[in-house]
Design a protein around this ligand. Structure first.
Ligand SMILES: Nc1ncnc2c1ncn2[C@@H]1O[C@H](COP(=O)(O)OP(=O)(O)OP(=O)(O)O)[C@@H](O)[C@H]1O
Length: 259
């Protein structure tokens, strides 16, 4: 078995969709230097839903940005599938992000003048690629958007707009989706709805999702929660419940105060 096929998701051996090895990211120099990530090694198994949690400033967004090729590494390695990001030239990295990675952000980033359908296929239209019609139909069905396709974003609720953003991320069948606080701008009901649809994208479409969140209820939708503190992975939970996640976070907080 190769090094990349060691993770187990719900009992099945799968290849890692992405992994970091001793990933270090230092911003700035001299007195203003900040070590945002300090030797992080982590794998995200294919078809697995991982939540990343940790206090503000612990490195969650930096880890996601480095893994998604949006930021450079200071040392260590980051891979999407078998591709080492550090080995790619700028153009290759842009192509990899376009073809293999889906992004969902806190702000939905939809174009107001386009319909939901046009927003969903926009990245592929720009790339000159035709979406696979069967896949697109499944994605739209899974996201519950079939009767909203002709609507412009202003006529959709926040939850529906975020579902369009998730469908847009899924449309190109990416290797992995990185979601940075995808429910941060939603009320709790719409947030729960979007989390349910993200969960369905993993269960029904086999998607791999990595999500940064501050919300224990959101994290409990994942298969696994990875906890970061001071740029390091300090703990991990599988099959989390919101109560367990909250309990772990409280313990880290208590440690932080007594350290
Ligand atoms: N571009 C940058 N330049 C300098 N320092 C940065 C930069 N980006 C992040 N940092 C620093 O790196 C550390 C980790 O930041 P990061 O945004 O990854 O944390 P986070 O866990 O996502 O925080 P939050 O939950 O508040 O979003 C912080 O100390 C932050 O100030």
């Amino acid at each position: 078995m190769s090094e990349a096929t060691t993770r187990t998701v719900r009992g099945a051996v799968t290849a890692a969709a992405a992994r970091a090895h001793l990933l270090t990211k230092v911003y700035g120099q001299g007195e203003t230097q900040v070590t945002a990530l300090d030797g992080v090694s982590v794998e995200f198994g294919r078809g697995e839903y991982t939540a990343i949690m940790g206090p503000s400033g612990s490195g969650k967004s930096t880890l996601m940005h480095c893994m998604a090729g949006l930021d450079s590494l200071t040392s260590g390695s980051a891979r999407i599938g078998e591709t080492e990001l550090g080995s790619l030239k700028d153009k290759e990295l842009t192509r990899l992000r376009r073809d293999k990675i889906g992004f969902v952000f806190q702000a939905f980033n939809l174009l107001p003048t386009l319909t939901a359908a046009e927003n969903i296929t926009l990245p592929m239209d720009i790339a000159g690629r035709r979406p696979d019609p069967d896949w697109l139909r499944r994605v739209i069905g899974t996201m519950g958007l079939a009767d909203r396709l002709r609507h412009r974003p202003s006529r959709l609720s926040g939850g529906q707009q975020q579902r369009v953003a998730v469908a847009r991320a899924l449309a190109a069948k990416p290797e992995i989706i990185f979601a940075d606080e995808p429910t941060g701008n939603l009320d709790s009901r719409s947030g729960a709805e979007v989390l349910g649809f993200l969960r369905d994208s993993v269960r029904e479409l086999g998607q791999t999702v990595v999500m940064v969140t501050h919300d224990p209820v959101a994290a409990a939708c994942a298969d696994r929660v990875v906890f970061l503190a001071d740029g390091r992975i300090v703990d991990e939970l599988t099959d989390p419940t919101a109560a367990h996640v909250l309990d772990r976070m409280r313990r880290f907080d208590a440690k932080g105060r007594t350290a």
